[in-house]
Design a protein around this ligand. Structure first.
Ligand SMILES: *Cc1c(COP(=O)(O)O)cnc(C)c1O
Length: 520
């Protein structure tokens, strides 16, 4: 089969979906088969007419290019179609239910977008004189205020650009505090159930990671912390609510034990959406915690926009918080950008995380979300997120399996694969079959402490009807698996633009560069 450029279509090389008719183009109705950019455009073409370059001596010396760079030549309409078609293959929170656990894919209100595009916020530049961006500073000041109010803390660094980046920021402050005290502590405690970014962060800044096994109920106990706690421990990194979707009930006692031993408590607060307006992490003893604006405060993530991971600090760690930071001088705001600019010698920042001040566009969106909800609305959003997760749990627990018993969960519900025992269907097969039903699958095989984990987070923005449709789908698939229809699962997905990938081969032998005539 050839496309209109006379090249074979990619569809030809993949299995044809069930019930398909052969089309000349390889397209399936309005689902257009999309080759790679390089397969569409000819390397010899150029999308624009450029005037002949005036002849002059090449001044690049050894840097001069001596071969083609291999960019596909396309016209503007060809380029548009390529990217718009690809975007239409994207599954997103705007197209359907997206119950990815731990990642909180919640609706991005359009009011946030409208505010972020106001010229006074959208068109400013980080190098503008400070007196011309006082409104932006005021907004950052307001956002800081509400982040501190919601967490019960007195200091915040807005600049980190993701949750993982926030972890790095918090841990660097902890390291600076130990260094200032002349301590050589080199161990960071991380529970088995932690998000992979926790041990990665600790290792990146030179700490050794000592793991804490989870208790039988999936949480971390004071005893298990005490068992591994000694004078070499610099910090504990603990997620709350944890990755099993449960509030760590001993958290205050654990924080006290950590402090008593001279260490700091880093809390992974990525999922503050389960606590917002109900519990303040400052009250349970955190020293540093990142807040993912792209999870709790509805700013877009993934392909939709950059993340932002502000970090709040306890009074003990606040002096080490990074540059830059905002200071209010009478009626105006001042951004302290260098160590020389610090008037108060009690502040000894460990350095800075980013070139400028962080993701301004996300600050506008997050504050818009806060202000449009109000404190009662934020509490309601948190409550509804927990209610929706428990609705999924209660509607599925009779046919699926809960690793830690039928207790209430917080913003997400964790199942394991024991309900699939004896069916030959795996967690992966089950997730692939969900794709054929038009849903993004839940998080699978995370957290690692649970066999064949399936972690679902519906978020507060889903209606009861949407949840019921998903529940109906999952119940139907469970019956199908238990009835022995293994092939149905092993073949899935059959209705997606692409079938199952060879994930092992993709990981072991990644092909990162296109070349003419390569195998698809
Ligand atoms: C999402 C998440 C992170 C990492 O946040 P990013 O913004 O993706 O870097 C860390 N820990 C937990 C528990 C998370 O859910």
């Amino acid at each position: 089969m050839l496309n209109n450029q006379g090249r074979p279509t990619v569809a030809e090389k993949t299995d044809s979906p069930v019930g398909s008719i052969e089309t000349f183009t390889g397209n399936r109705g309005l689902q257009i088969e999309e080759p790679l950019l390089f397969e569409v455009g000819s390397l010899d073409n150029c999308g624009v007419d450029l005037a002949e370059m005036p002849k002059h001596k090449n001044r690049l010396g050894v840097m001069a290019r001596d071969s083609d760079i291999g960019l596909a030549g396309l016209s503007e309409p060809e380029t548009m179609r390529h990217y718009v078609r690809l975007s239409q293959k994207n599954y997103s929170i705007d197209t359907g239910f997206y119950p990815l656990g731990s990642c909180t894919m919640k609706h991005n209100p359009r009011l946030n977008e409208k505010m972020a595009r106001l010229p006074g916020f959208g068109n400013i530049h980080p190098l503008q004189p400070q007196k011309t961006v006082q409104g932006a500073f005021e907004l950052m000041g307001d956002l800081s205020h509400w982040l501190m109010r919601l967490t019960g803390t007195n200091a915040v660094a807005l600049s980190p650009k993701a949750g993982a980046h926030g972890e790095l920021c918090g841990m660097m402050a902890i390291k600076a505090a130990h260094k200032a005290a002349g301590s050589k502590r080199n161990i960071v405690l991380v529970p088995d159930s932690a998000h992979g970014t926790n041990p990665a962060t600790a290792a990146l800044i030179g700490y050794k990671v000592r793991s804490i096994p989870a208790s039988d109920d999936g949480s971390v106990s004071v005893e298990s912390v005490l068992e591994v706690l000694d004078d070499d421990v610099a910090a504990l990194m603990l997620t709350n609510p944890n990755t099993g979707g449960v509030f760590e009930k001993d958290i205050k006692k654990i924080a006290d034990a950590i402090h008593k031993a001279g260490a700091y408590f880093y809390c992974d607060g990525a999922n503050l959406n389960a606590l917002m307006g109900r519990a303040r992490p400052g009250d349970f003893g955190i020293d540093a915690m990142h807040i993912n604006l792209h999870k709790t405060f509805s700013t877009p993530h993934g392909g939709g926009g950059p993340g932002a991971g502000p970090v709040v600090f306890s009074d003990a760690l606040a002096p080490y918080a990074p540059l830059p930071y905002l200071r209010r001088d009478g009626d105006s705001w001042h951004m302290v950008e260098t160590r020389e600019g610090i008037e108060d010698d009690s502040h000894v920042p460990f350095g800075r995380m980013v070139a400028f001040h962080g993701q301004m566009g996300m600050f506008v969106r997050a504050l818009t979300y806060m202000m449009s909800h109000g404190s009662d609305g934020l509490r309601q959003a948190c409550t509804d997120a927990v209610l929706n997760a428990n609705y999924l749990r209660a509607s599925l627990q009779d046919i699926m399996s809960l690793p830690f018993g039928e207790r209430k969960c917080m913003h997400e519900v964790l199942f394991d694969d024991s309900f699939l025992k004896g069916t030959d269907v795996t967690t992966l097969d089950f997730a692939k079959a969900i794709i054929d039903e038009g849903f993004h699958p839940m998080t699978i095989y995370f957290p690692l402490v649970v066999q064949g984990a399936m972690l679902m987070e519906p978020t507060e923005t889903e209606s009861r009807e949407a949840l019921d449709q998903f529940i109906g789908t999952v119940r139907n698939l469970v019956s199908r698996a238990k009835a022995g229809d293994v092939d149905y699962f092993k073949n899935a997905p059959v209705l997606a633009p692409r079938r199952r990938m060879d994930e092992t081969k993709a990981a072991r032998k990644p092909v990162l560069r296109w070349s003419e005539g390569m195998e698809g």
